[in-house]
Design a protein around this ligand. Structure first.
Ligand code: BGC
Length: 751
C-alpha cells in the first residue's frame, strides 16, 4: 500500500479512537457526577457469586448489595437465569442502574476444555493458542461471563510450584508471545463474544522460594526486568483490560499495596491504562504479611493503584471512614472508580447490561462439534514425544493391546486442573475411546494396575470426581500382569492426578510415584514393548523411566477431548510436534532448573559428563536436564544445514528426512558474548512452526532486530551494547543440536 494511504488510515484510526476515548470520558464523567461516595466505593467491590440464591433482594446479601449500588463485580457465577436476576438488581433497582461485571477463571476453555496452559505452550502455535482463547470467550460469553482471570503469564522456573501448570513455562520471550496471543483472542474488538482479559499474577508470583505457593519472592530488579517482567509488559502492550495483583511480596511489600509496582512501573513506565484487581482476599492478607490491619491495608492498596478488591471486603468496609479521617482523598477513590467504569464501558455494558445474557447462545455456542474438533486437534499439538526407541510409535492398530494405569479409565481426570465449567462425567475415557476406535482391528484389554500413589494420604484431594476408589495393590498388580501377559504391546497411562498441580498443590519430589514405577518394573519383566503416556501438570523426573522404557510421551492434561487426541497420536493419525517449554530435570534437587541461566565463574559447560572439582556442579547428578527446553521428538526426523548470515538475516535450511509429513518448531537462540553485565548462556529470541512433507526442505530466516539484542543494564536502561553475539538455530536448546554463527554489531550497524 502507498505510504500516504497508510498515513491517512492511521490518522483516521487514531481520530476514531480519540473520539471513542472522548465519548467514554464524557459518559463516565457525567455518571460520576451523580454518584455518592458510597456508590463509588461500591464499584471497587468484587464479591464471590457462590453464595447466590434466587429470591428477593432483602433475603440475599449479594442481590442487596447490587440493589444498593455496592457491588462492582461478581466472580465465579454463571448461567443466564441467576445472572439476569443479579443484573436486574443492579440495573433496575439501584439508584443509578450501573451494571455489574461478571468474572470467572476461564483458564483453558469453558465447557470445551483445551489442554492445560503449560501444555498449550508446548505447541508453540500462536494462532492456535489465540483461537483457543477466542473459542473460550465465545463459550463463556454465551453463559453470561464478560471477564476472565486469564492469561496467567507468570514465569516459573521451579517445577515444584503447582501453578506451573497454569502458565507458559520458563521462557520470557515465548511467554510474551503467548501472553499477547491470549489477550488478542479473549478481547478481540470487545464484541459480545469477547471477554475482558485479566493478566495475572502481577508480579513475580512464579518465583516463590522453594516452589512453595504463596512463599516469599526476592530478586534483583535486573533479573526482574530481563527475565520475569517481559510477559506482563507484553500483555499490557497488547491492551489487556485488567491486571491482577499477586499474593506475594515484591521487594518486601505485598504486590497489592506496592505503589512502585502498580503505579510507577505498570502505569507510568509502561503506559498501561486499565484497572487493577487484587487476587482473592489479598488485601486481607496484608495483615499476615505484617504490614497492617484491613483498614490500613485498604488505604495502602488504593493509594498504590489497586482499583478493585477481590473478596477481602476491605474497600467496602473501610474506605468511607478512611476518607473522613483524611487517610485517602476523594481523588484516590475517583481514580479507581473511573477505571472500573471505563472497563464496563469498553465491554458495552452501559449500552446493554444484558449483552452477555442471551439464553439462545447457550444452546448454540457452547461445546459445539466445531469447538471440540479444534480442541482435539490442539491437544495433539501439545504432546511431547520424549523417547521412541526402535520407532515403537506410532502403534499399529492391530493385535492385542494392554492398556494399563490409573489414568486409563479416568476421563474426568484427563481434563486437568482449573476447569470449573467442565462437565467431567461426559469426558470419554481412554479405554472407551481406544476400544471403540479399534474394535474392528485390535483387542484392547484394560487393567488399572495400581493406585496413583502407594499411600492414600498422598492422593490429591480434588473432590469425588477425581479420587479413584482405593483398591488393594496386590489385586491390581495381578490383574495388570495377567492382561499384559496376553498382549503384544503395553500402553501405560500414568502420572499425576489432575489436582496434584495447580494452586496450592506443590510437590517436594517430582519423581514418578513408587506405586506406578513398581508396576512398570513388573511389566518390563514380561519383555514386551511398553509405551508410557505421562500425565502431568509439571515436569516429572523420569530418569529411571528414560533408561528402562522404550517409548515415553508426555501428554500433560489434554482437556475434554483427551482420549481422541491421544489415540490420534498413538496410532499415527497425527504426528507429535510439541516441544518442552520447561526443562525436565534428572533429579528434583536440580530445581529451579532453566536453560537461560547465567554463566558462573566456574562454568561446568553444557553436556559435561562427570563431576569436576571446583566447578559449579553436583557430586551425584549432572547439571543438564534430562530433557532440555525446546526438546520434543517427531515420528519423522529433521536435518538442519549450517547458518548463512547476510547482514542481520540468519538463514538455515531445514529438511524432513524421515517418513512422515510433520511439523517442526525451529528455534533461534542468542548469546551476548561480552556485555556490561553477565548475560544468560543463551536466550530464545525467535521461533517458527513449519510444516514439511516427507522429503521436503525449506529455508527459515530470522532477521535479528535490535530488540533481540537488548537488555536491561545496571541502570535499568534497555540497551544494545555493540559487540559479538552468538546466533544459534536448531531443534531445541541443547548446544550440541544448535548450529552457530557470530553476528558482530559495531556502532555503525547498531540502528
Ligand atoms: C487465584 C487466582 C484466581 C482467583 C479467583 C485465586 O485464589 O490465585 O488465580 O483468579 O482465586 O478465583
Amino acid at each position: 500500500m502507498h505510504k500516504s494511504a497508510i498515513t491517512i488510515i492511521a490518522l483516521l484510526f487514531s481520530s476514531l479512537t480519540l473520539t471513542a476515548q472522548e465519548d467514554m470520558d464524557k459518559y463516565v464523567s457525567a455518571l460520576m457526577e451523580k454518584m455518592t461516595v458510597e456508590e463509588k466505593i461500591g464499584q471497587l467491590n468484587l464479591m464471590p457469586g457462590t453464595s447466590f440464591t434466587t429470591g428477593e433482594p432483602k433475603d440475599n446479601p449479594l442481590l442487596q448489595m447490587a440493589a444498593e449500588g455496592k457491588l462492582g463485580a461478581v466472580l465465579n457465577m454463571s448461567g443466564e437465569k441467576n445472572l439476569k436476576i443479579l443484573q436486574d438488581a443492579a440495573t433496575r433497582q439501584s439508584r443509578l442502574g450501573i451494571p455489574v461485571m461478571v468474572g470467572m477463571d476461564v483458564i483453558h476453555g469453558y465447557e470445551t476444555v483445551f489442554p492445560i496452559p503449560l501444555a498449550m505452550s508446548c505447541s508453540w502455535d500462536m494462532e492456535a493458542i489465540e483461537q483457543s482463547t477466542r473459542i473460550a470467550a465465545k463459550e463463556a460469553t454465551a453463559d453470561g461471563i464478560c471477564w476472565t482471570f486469564s492469561p496467567m503469564v507468570d514465569i516459573a522456573l521451579d517445577a515444584r510450584w503447582g501453578r506451573i501448570a497454569e502458565g507458559s513455562g520458563e521462557d520470557p520471550f515465548l511467554g510474551s508471545c503467548i501472553a499477547q496471543a491470549m489477550v488478542r483472542g479473549y478481547q478481540g474488538n470487545f464484541s459480545k463474544q469477547n471477554l475482558m482479559a485479566c493478566v495475572k499474577h502481577y508480579a513475580l508470583y512464579g518465583a516463590a522460594e522453594a516452589g512453595r505457593d504463596y512463599n516469599t519472592v526476592d530478586m534483583s530488579r535486573i533479573r526482574m526486568f530481563n527475565q520475569f517482567m517481559p510477559p506482563y509488559k507484553a500483555a499490557a502492550e497488547a491492551g489487556a483490560g485488567s491486571f491482577m495483583t499477586s499474593f506475594n511480596i515484591v521487594e518486601y511489600v505485598p504486590a497489592t499495596t506496592n505503589r512502585w509496582l502498580l503505579d510507577d512501573v505498570l502505569r507510568k513506565e509502561w503506559g498501561w491504562n486499565g484497572f487493577v484487581v487484587t487476587d482473592y482476599g489479598s488485601i486481607d492478607e496484608v495483615a499476615a504479611h505484617g504490614l497492617g490491619n484491613l483498614t490500613k491495608a485498604s488505604v495502602m492498596a488504593l493509594k498504590a493503584g489497586t482499583d478493585m478488591d477481590m473478596c477481602s471486603g476491605g474497600f467496602i468496609k473501610t474506605l468511607s471512614q478512611s476518607l473522613s479521617d483524611g487517610s485517602i482523598s476523594m481523588e484516590d477513590i475517583d481514580t479507581a472508580c473511573r477505571r472500573v467504569l471505563e472497563a464496563k464501558y469498553k465491554l458495552g455494558l452501559f449500552k446493554d447490561p444484558y449483552r452477555f445474557l442471551d439464553a439462545k447462545r447457550r444452546a448454540t455456542d457452547i461445546y459445539t462439534p466445531e469447538h471440540r474438533r479444534f480442541a482435539r486437534q490442539m491437544a495433539t499439538k501439545t504432546f511431547v514425544l520424549l523417547k521412541n526407541e526402535g520407532n515403537i510409535l506410532p502403534l499399529k492398530p492391530q493385535g492385542r493391546i494392554a492398556l494399563i494405569g490409573p489414568m486409563a479409565d479416568n476421563g474426568a481426570n484427563m481434563v486437568g486442573t482449573w476447569a470449573p465449567m467442565a462437565k467431567r462425567s461426559r469426558v470419554a475415557t481412554l479405554k472407551e475411546t481406544m476400544k471403540q476406535r479399534l474394535k474392528d482391528n485390535a483387542q484392547v484389554d484394560y487393567a488399572q494396575g495400581c493406585n496413583f500413589t502407594s499411600d492414600p494420604v498422598l492422593q490429591a484431594d480434588g473432590g469425588a470426581w477425581i479420587a479413584a476408589p482405593w483398591k488393594n495393590a496386590d489385586t491390581l498388580m495381578a490383574e495388570a500382569i495377567s492382561v499384559a501377559e496376553r498382549a503384544d504391546v503395553i500402553v501405560c497411562a500414568m502420572g499425576e492426578e489432575s489436582e496434584m498441580s495447580g494452586e496450592s498443590h506443590c510437590r517436594a519430589s517430582l519423581e514418578m510415584f513408587d506405586a506406578q514405577q513398581h508396576l512398570i518394573e513388573q511389566l518390563l519383566k514380561l519383555g514386551k514393548p511398553i509405551v508410557l503416556l505421562n500425565f502431568a501438570g509439571r515436569p516429572t523426573v523420569m530418569t529411571w523411566e528414560q533408561s528402562h522404557i522404550p517409548a515415553i510421551m508426555n501428554v500433560w492434561f489434554p482437556g475434554s477431548e483427551a482420549s481422541d487426541a491421544i489415540c490420534d497420536v498413538l496410532f499415527g493419525e497425527a504426528v507429535p510436534s510439541g516441544k518442552l517449554t520447561v526443562s525436565m530435570p534428572q533429579a528434583t534437587g536440580q530445581e529451579p532448573l532453566y536453560y537461560n541461566q547465567l554463566p558462573t565463574g566456574r562454568p561446568m559447560g553444557e553436556n559435561a559428563q562427570r563431576f569436576c572439582l571446583y566447578k559449579s556442579n553436583y557430586l551425584d547428578v549432572r547439571n543438564d536436564p534430562l530433557y532440555p527446553f525446546g526438546y520434543g521428538l517427531s515420528y519423522t526426523t529433521f536435518a538442519y544445514s549450517d547458518i548463512t548470515l547476510e547482514g542481520r538475516t540468519a538463514t538455515i535450511r531445514v529438511s524432513n528426512t524421515g517418513d512422515y509429513d510433520a511439523d517442526e518448531i525451529v528455534q533461534l537462540y542468542i548469546h551476548d558474548v561480552e556485555a556490561s553485565i553477565s548475560r544468560p548462556v543463551k536466550e530464545l529470541k525467535g521461533f517458527r512452526r513449519i510444516h514439511l512433507a516427507k522429503g521436503e526442505s525449506t529455508e527459515v530466516s530470522f532477521t535479528i532486530t535490535d530488540d533481540m539484542l537488548k537488555f536491561y543494564n545496571q541502570q535499568l536502561d534497555y540497551v544494545l551494547e555493540p559487540g559479538d553475539f552468538e546466533i544459534m538455530i536448531g531443534p531445541d536448546s541443547n548446544l550440541k543440536n544448535l548450529k552457530k554463527t557470530i553476528l558482530s554489531i559495531t556502532d555503525d550497524t547498531n540502528q
